[in-house]
Design a binder for this molecule. Structure first.
Ligand SMILES: NC(=O)c1ccc[n+]([C@@H]2O[C@H](COP(=O)([O-])OP(=O)(O)OC[C@H]3O[C@@H](n4cnc5c(N)ncnc54)[C@H](O)[C@@H]3O)[C@@H](O)[C@H]2O)c1
Length: 332
């Protein structure tokens, strides 16, 4: 047990220390389920992000959140610079989280947030699949074989019991091949297959996840007619790859936070706006609004990521770190 002294110290956790805490896929799914349930029931405080945008298609966002039921409050400062990989060999998504004491307000922990972002985002997709994907989904398509592509490959088999095949497409074929070489042994019940383009990816897939790059002006490379009846589409990169025709004909269109979407529109993203909203995903996870009701419904859940997910997962990492004396205590 190693707790920072109130008002005098903070705990600092590096990325490796965050990973070494060892939250499992099931832990993360349950933490994210709790966060979404609180959000759905509006038992949390989470103003929409504010941010700065130093280069085109880049963002740095402040994501504060308070989830009383989990005693979790703090802020993630999250960045996305899509050209990082090509220019600097760095991941496009980075971030730091500050957790605060809800009693004193003082900061208690700073942790690297890359791992939390990497894990909680596909956990939201997975929980959405439970209610929104067809139960007989055997084939999934994933666009983008980067961090999000990898993490979705690891978690989707947990929630799709009939899953047999995941098709993968990335603009860099070697990235897809490396993903398959690295992860096929871990997901031995599901065949990972490289495909050569979006048409092959989307046709025949009852769940399609896109995790490529968030673009202010979409580059809709996925044609509406390729989308299967009854498909569940889960873009974590906004409308970047999708035709408006697909969005506008969805039987149910969901987002994680309407406030967040409205904010992004003020900055110039989502130029078509949004189709009529069925629900926020937390409302479905909380059982307040229906999920899939018919096999042939086209359902889209477009999530941008929420601070409530981050602080709930972050708080549990902090609790375990204190319990086992992990990390470095630093003076304030
Ligand atoms: N919604 C959320 O909560 C959330 C959280 C984290 C990341 N994201 C978003 O998810 C996306 C992926 O993030 P990441 O951290 O996995 O990035 P990453 O750089 O690790 O992976 C992105 C992959 O997509 C590929 N790609 C880019 N454009 C492509 C295109 N047009 N066609 C095919 N492949 C393409 C790249 O080659 C790369 O391998 C980003 O848009 C990011 O902003 C969303």
């Amino acid at each position: 047990m190693k707790e920072p002294e109130r008002g005098k110290e903070i705990l600092y956790l590096t990325r490796q220390e965050v990973i070494d805490i060892g939250l499992t896929k099931k832990d993360i799914l349950e933490l994210v389920r709790a966060a979404l349930t609180e959000h759905g029931n509006k038992r949390c405080e989470m103003p929409a992000k504010i941010g700065i945008h130093p280069l085109r298609d880049t963002l740095m966002h402040a994501m504060p959140a308070w989830v009383p039921a989990r005693h979790a409050c703090g802020i993630k400062w999250a960045e996305c610079f899509p050209d990082n990989y090509e220019k600097y060999g760095l991941p496009q998504t980075s971030g730091l989280m500050v957790l605060n004491s809800p009693e004193t307000g003082w900061p208690i922990c700073i942790l690297d947030a890359i791992w939390v972002t990497a894990k909680r985002t596909p956990a939201v997709t997975a929980l959405a699949c439970e209610s929104l994907a067809r139960k007989d989904t055997a084939v999934v398509g994933i666009a983008g074989a980067g961090v999000q592509g990898r993490e979705h490959v690891l978690v989707l088999p947990e929630v799709l019991p009939k899953l047999k095949k995941i098709k993968l497409y990335d603009k860099f074929p070697e990235v897809t091949r490396k993903l398959i070489a690295d992860l096929q042994p871990e997901v031995s019940s599901v065949e990972l297959v490289e495909v050569r383009g979006f048409e092959e990816l989307v046709r025949g897939s009852l769940v399609v996840v896109t995790g490529t790059a968030i673009l202010m002006t979409p580059d809709p490379q996925i044609r509406d007619e390729w989308v299967e009846p009854g498909a569940f589409l889960a873009p974590v990169d906004f409308d970047s790859l999708w035709e408006w025709a697909t969005f506008s004909r969805a039987d149910k269109f969901l987002v994680d936070s309407l406030d967040e979407m409205k904010y992004f529109m003020t900055v110039g993203y989502l130029p078509h706006g949004l189709p009529p909203l069925h629900a926020e995903i937390g409302e479905v996870v909380a059982g307040l609004k229906p999920g899939r009701e018919r096999d042939d419904e086209l359902i889209i859940d477009m999530n941008i990521g929420m601070g409530v997910e981050d602080v709930v997962v972050g708080r549990e990492i902090y609790r375990r770190a204190v319990e086992r004396g992990a990390g470095t205590i630093l003076p304030l």
